[in-house]
Design a protein around this ligand. Structure first.
Ligand code: 2AM
Length: 558
């Protein structure tokens, strides 16, 4: 070497006296990628602090290794009825099974992500935490449960975990970043924290005359943003609350909206805070409890003490209802702002392929409108995009990558199930496969209410069907006949073919409604596995679970 032998000897001597870097294993259980991103942040910061970090997807972790871990950080999100994300299922099951080892000596900490408006808020993280404790491990930092505005709490948890390790194991030289298996940072400077201001190029009605729905096709410019995306990724959108509703709120509070308040270390008017920065359309249990503390009213105290009653009352109501039902005398503007959650960005599955549309990104948005408790209500972002945003307007966005919903190799067949706006990512899939001249077969199952008004992107599917990119196209229009007909009925009518495609290595993709459609489609797939593959119910479940592990059964449901 050029530096000479003396230098090398000194370096060796120094190394000999250096303490061994503490070892931290970081596991993430993530459906949409938020916990994965936080896990990567932890890994990067660990390296800076001289902690040797190993970052792993829970699905790739051999749980038998648990016994030899020194420090363990677990980041997990919760879905649906308190369910773990798909990639956390096996690890979760292992820990709760008979083979889980004693973990005395292990130092761990859990970060859970969730949404406090759901009943089983952060349940997966809580499961891990209590299980580790029960197995004898010690929490180095107490578990933190994060709501949808998770950034600050998560950042604080990351700092405290690293401080705990460093103070216990002693300070160290920064370790090489190579100990981190995280993917390289994205090329763009724009992110969830620092969104890009995009211009709307197109905002047009996609659903036809006579539809009971209002679905729009929106094209945004990514010009000069450096943002890149893959089929299956989503766009995060920062919306604005309805200004009329904000006005009504200010009225009910007796404020003119000009009061200065601080949000995220910035000073804005109360009107701006309520319009852009705070959630005003959802009443979460934590908000209700804080409100009850301030209102000091017997009826409200009784309501928040009973979670079933509380859920029943808050369902379909918003902040204006709360203020009208239980006004708080002398509530200061800043106090009000502090009580409310941050207005979280909304995610929309991308309906274009960047290979095909270059510096554009397309989304497909259904306006959410309903009436409850005597007042018309709307979904914050979808109504804003439908009613108040037009061509030339600007909006703040970022790309939310989704590694859990990605095309397989070009040669592999894909079966896509996407009723309603769930079809969006499959337009991206087909655009991409067309550009790449991918030879793998493509089969789309689409469903919606009526053929005449709701066949979203009809001409594109027909063209692709005609030129052969789309090998098969099956549609279910639920309200065109007396009996309801759904995508799962199409699937079952095609049992033999679906099974044959799976035998040939096809991957299954499901996008759309999580509450009813996805479980019904799952059941149809189980039935097909039983009927065509001769599997009993348990084997059929195992079969789908294995497909999921092999990344051949991927869902983007919400
Ligand atoms: P419906 O509204 O007529 O009941 C897109 O929203 C399509 O999904 C609509 O045709 C809707 O039908 C249908 N849908 C409703 N519930 C469903 C379910 N459980 N499984 C599959 N599709 C469903």
């Amino acid at each position: 070497g050029g530096s000479g032998s003396t230098g090398a000897n000194i370096a060796d001597a120094e190394n000999a006296f250096q303490p061994v870097a503490p070892e931290l294993t970081i596991l993430f259980g993530s459906q949409t990628g938020n916990t994965e991103e936080l896990a990567q942040q932890l890994a990067a910061r660990a390296a800076d602090k001289g902690v040797s970090a190993k970052l792993l997807d829970m699905a790739d972790y051999k749980p038998k290794q648990l016994k030899s871990e020194q420090y363990l950080a677990v980041l997990a999100s919760t879905h649906g009825e308190g369910d773990p994300p798909d990639n956390a299922l096996d690890f979760h099951e292992f820990l709760h099974g008979k083979k889980a080892p004693k973990l005395v000596g292990l130092r761990y900490s859990v970060l859970s992500l969730g949404d406090s408006s759901y009943e089983h808020f952060c349940k997966t993280g809580q499961d891990f935490d209590s299980k580790f404790a029960a197995l004898g491990a010690t929490a180095m930092v107490e578990r933190v449960d994060c709501d949808v505005d998770y950034e600050d709490l998560a950042e604080d948890w990351i700092n405290r975990v690293l401080e705990a390790i460093v103070s216990e194991a002693g300070a160290n030289q920064p370790t090489a970043a190579s100990s981190v298996t995280a993917e390289q940072a994205p090329a763009s400077i724009y992110s969830r924290k620092n969104p890009y201001t995009a211009v709307i190029l197109t905002n047009q009605l996609l659903s036809g005359r006579g539809s009971d729905k209002e679905v729009r096709h929106i094209e945004l410019s990514l010009e000069d943003s450096g943002l890149t995306y893959k089929p299956g990724d989503a766009v995060g959108v920062y919306p604005e609350n309805n200004p009329t509703l904000v006005g009504e709120l200010l009225n009910a509070l007796g404020f003119d909206g000009e009061q200065r308040v601080s949000v995220d270390e910035c000073e804005v008017s109360l009107r701006e805070a309520l319009a852009f920065y705070r959630e005003i359309t959802l009443l979460t249990p934590p908000l209700m409890k804080h409100w009850a503390d301030l209102a000091n009213d017997d009826a409200l105290n009784a309501l928040v003490a009973d979670s079933t009653e509380l859920r029943a009352w808050t369902e379909g109501r918003d902040l204006l209802d709360l203020i009208q039902a239980w006004p708080i005398a002398k509530l200061a503007p800043q106090e009000l702002v502090n009580l409310l959650r941050k207005l979280p960005p909304r995610l929309y599955s991308i309906s274009s392929s960047q290979t095909a549309v270059d510096d554009e990104v397309h989304i497909t948005v259904a306006a959410v409108r309903y009436s409850s408790h005597g007042r018309d209500r709307e979904g914050v972002a979808s109504a804003w995009l439908s009613d108040r945003m037009g061509e030339g307007d600007q909006m703040r966005i970022y790309i939310d990558p989704n590694k859990k919903f990605a095309l397989p190799d070009d040669s592999k067949p894909v079966i896509m199930i996407g009723p309603g706006t769930g079809v969006a990512p499959f337009r991206a899939f087909l655009q991409e496969r067309e550009e790449r001249e991918a030879e793998g077969e493509n089969w789309l199952f689409f469903g919606d209410r009526r053929f005449r008004s709701d066949f979203l992107y009809q001409s594109e599917w027909i063209k692709w069907r005609r030129d052969g990119l789309l090998t098969k196209l099956d549609v279910a229009f639920s309200r065109d006949q007396a009996e309801k007909r759904y995508v799962q009925h199409c699937l079952k009518e095609n049992s033999a073919d679906v099974w044959a495609w799976l035998q040939r290595g096809a991957s299954l993709y499901v996008c759309g409604d999580a509450e009813k459609m996805a479980p019904d489609v799952h059941q149809a797939l189980l039935d097909i596995a039983s009927e065509q593959g001769g599997l009993n119910p348990e084997q059929a479940e195992d079969y789908l679970r294995q497909l999921n592990r092999d990344k051949r059964y991927q869902r983007d449901v919400y």
